[in-house]
Design a protein around this ligand. Structure first.
Ligand code: CA
Length: 220
């Protein structure tokens, strides 16, 4: 079974948010609705999404500000911005802030759903980062983008974090991680050592120890 795609919807108009959430759920998405920018930022930083839909005019943290903050932490989730302002300059602002797509209110619901599907497909094709606690791991550069800036990992550290982050809910035994990430080593203590290195660089919550079973990517 493949996981259901997750959508973050940040929209302060309660009726519109409820209607969109209902339609997206019918299409098979798991939807989190945030009624203001602050909640949206919290969700966006702590959970992984396949697509985010952000209203521009939001209480607490304005939509484009929210988008810029997510992008600064390396989150590459495709974003569609909704706006009551439909002029071209406004659209350019949205795209400059890091949005993949932009739709002016009032919009056609079927068009919105089609664009969300397209963003999700594109994301599946191009995702070269993995979400990790506190940031995102860039698989090409071996850097973790965090709110405090990028953190460089060694090849071994990146291999271990990639294995854990690729299946964030799975508990891996030390022997399993040894075989995946350190095929030339024999003693699983090397896994413990590299977990220690990752925690030292990225903070203790980056990896959870599951007593008697092994390790798992840290939870949000
Ligand atoms: Ca609004």
């Amino acid at each position: 079974m493949t996981a259901q795609p997750r959508v973050l919807l940040v929209e302060d108009e309660a009726e519109l948010a409820a209607m969109l959430a209902g339609l997206l759920a019918e299409e098979g998405y798991v939807v989190d609705v945030a009624p203001d920018g602050h909640t949206g930022l919290h969700y966006g930083l702590s959970r992984r999404y396949d697509v985010a839909v952000l209203d521009r005019g939001l209480p607490a943290v304005e939509g484009l500000d929210l988008l810029a903050r997510l992008r600064r932490t390396g989150i590459t989730t495709p974003v569609l911005v909704l706006s009551a302002l439909g002029n071209p300059a406004d659209r350019v602002e949205g795209l400059d802030a890091g949005a993949e797509d932009y739709l002016a209110k009032p919009f056609d619901i079927d068009e919105l759903l089609a664009r969300i599907r397209a963003l999700h497909r594109r994301h599946l094709d191009t995702a070269r980062t993995l979400p990790v606690p506190g940031g995102a791991l860039d698989l090409d550069t071996r850097e973790v983008h965090t709110a405090a800036g990028p953190v460089s990992l060694s090849q071994r550290e990146a291999d271990l974090l990639t294995a854990l982050a690729a299946r964030p809910k799975q508990v891996f035994s030390r022997d399993d991680l040894l075989a995946r990430c350190f095929p030339e080593a024999e003693n699983p203590v090397v896994v413990d050592t590299y977990v220690h290195y990752l925690r030292r660089k990225l903070g203790r919550p980056v990896v959870d120890t599951i007593r008697g079973r092994g390790y798992r990517l840290g939870g949000p």
